[in-house]
Design a protein around this ligand. Structure first.
Ligand code: 6PG
Length: 474
């Protein structure tokens, strides 16, 4: 039994405290609203471990054995810094603060430095799985002080999701590495969700299918390589009926997507690292455009609606659905190739020495992107496979088999005005990535012409030279 502190009993904090108690651990609870902490303790009275309500930070600290370990589940940003500022003067040498929120990894790096300068330890941990996951077993990605990880890994592994008995919970490296990994998890989550929205759109607007028919298609995809939590819940979202109107609830949901920032951060960091992340970018842009409903409605009045029925452009309905499934498989491979490339670039740039196989393993259960696919990815990395997943035989073969359908779908989709930015981005990326002889020679020529930026000649590599235009009077 371990005794931990936990600050912030909102939905995630309450669920995680009860999860820890269910696993026999004692948890001292603190919240600005003591009645919330009391409610969590009351609801968990029958659990194996104790849930102890504390009236203030000092009481929480007094209740914990030294060195103390305190988990913080408050909103990222200002509220988290307020809690850290409150704890620093009260804690003793070697005590640990662990942030389990969706913090920006750069902020986590700063917090590690600030907390360690005060003689304390800090862990930045991404946890995925939503409130339900926090209660029954999330996926946990930790970074920061390795010594302190040894102290809390027992209870966190107990509380985490298990894949075939293996805890989906690990420490990956120093500083903000845990939150970086969680950020990329969310970037991939954005890309997966956008592909689901695009295939839904083709079925709805291109093939004229209703929500119930679309739900059946998503359900059928659970039998193939797309088997994943997000496809499973896409089927449930499409099938759900609104009790008030007896219509599919999906038809009544306003088409303005929210976002809290992790997808955008993923794209920004990928750009900084020079790693392609076009599917995440397409997904973030699609959410941005969706948010401007008024602007879209105004444009539709001026230009007419974009998507038009696709008729038999993709063959029979079943043929079209098979093409959609294959297109999504191809695009999904591209999204994961990109996601793991960003992680590899970050690992090299920041000397984190990230274990890509271990990352894929903690994503196999508990988290939002959990899927059969991730088990295959971990298998590739575990076998010492290429860090470019597209070159691992299982994904290379799959990509080769499905790319023709991605081409068919994107081609027909574009011709019929469908909304397919992520599928389009996947194809554009794959086309460029598989081309040994690109068109960047023209870019280099232009750069040299207007700015004398120089280029290398293919017949004289290693030498920076100028083109003949610099010898003319132009
Ligand atoms: C998870 C989710 C979780 C949360 C996202 C949603 O892994 O459990 O990703 O972190 O649902 O913050 O992010 P958006 O609001 O940006 O879609």
């Amino acid at each position: 039994m371990t005794h931990l502190g936990l600050i912030g009993v909102g939905v995630m904090g309450a669920s995680f405290a009860q999860n820890l108690a269910e696993n026999g651990h004692a948890v001292s609870l603190l919240d600005r609203d003591i009645s919330k902490a009391q409610a969590v303790a009351d609801a968990g009275a029958d659990l194996a471990g104790d849930l102890i309500v504390c009236e203030d930070a000092q009481a929480l600290i007094n209740s914990l054995p030294q060195p103390r370990s305190i988990l913080v589940l408050v909103p990222a940003g200002g509220p988290l810094d307020t809690v850290i500022d409150m704890l620093i003067p009260l804690l003793s040498q070697g005590d640990l603060i662990a942030d389990l929120g969706n913090s920006n990894y750069l902020k986590t790096q700063e917090r590690v430095a600030r907390v360690e300068a005060a003689g304390l330890q800090f862990l930045g941990m991404g946890i995925s799985g939503g409130a339900k996951g926090a209660r029954i077993g999330p996926s946990i990605m930790a970074g920061g002080s390795k010594d302190s990880w040894a102290r809390v890994q027992g209870p966190l592994r107990d509380a985490s999701a298990k894949f075939e008995g293996e805890a989906c919970c690990n420490w990956f490296g120093p500083g903000g590495s845990g939150h970086f990994i969680k950020m990329i998890h969310n970037g991939i989550e954005y890309a997966d969700m956008q592909q689901i929205a695009e295939t839904y759109g083709i079925m709805r607007d291109g093939l004229g299918m209703d929500a119930t028919e679309i739900a059946a298609v998503f359900k059928s995809w659970m039998k193939g390589p797309l088997n994943s939590y997000l496809i499973e819940i896409a089927a449930e979202v499409a099938a759900a009926i609104d009790p008030k109107t007896s219509q599919p609830i999906l038809d009544l949901i306003l088409d303005k997507a929210g976002q809290k920032g992790t997808g955008r951060w993923s794209v920004i960091e990928a750009l900084h690292l020079g790693a392609p992340a076009s599917l995440m970018m397409a997904a973030v842009e699609a959410r941005n455009i969706s948010a401007n409903k008024e602007g879209r409605t105004e444009m539709q009045a001026a230009f007419g609606a974009s998507p038009v029925a696709m008729g038999a452009a993709l063959g029979s309905r079943q043929e079209a659905i098979d093409i959609l499934e294959n297109a999504m498989i191809a695009a999904k491979v591209c999204a994961y190739v990109q996601g793991f490339e960003v992680l590899k670039r970050a690992s090299d740039a920041f000397s984190w020495d990230l274990d890509l196989a271990a990352i894929a393993r903690v994503w196999r259960a508990g988290c939002i992107i959990r899927s059969v696919f991730l088990d295959e990815i971990s298998g590739v990395f575990d076998a010492g496979g290429h860090s470019n997943l597209a070159l691992a035989p299982i994904f290379r073969d799959r990509l080769m088999a499905t790319t023709p359908d991605l081409q068919r779908l994107v081609g027909a989709g574009v011709m019929h005005g469908q909304q397919v930015p992520a599928l389009f981005a996947a194809l554009g990326y794959h086309n460029m990535r598989r081309t040994g002889n690109s068109t960047a020679n023209m870019i280099q020529g232009l750069r040299d012409y207007f700015g004398a930026h120089t280029f290398e000649r293919i017949d004289d590599l290693g030498q920076a030279v100028n083109g003949p235009w610099h010898n003319t009077s132009k």
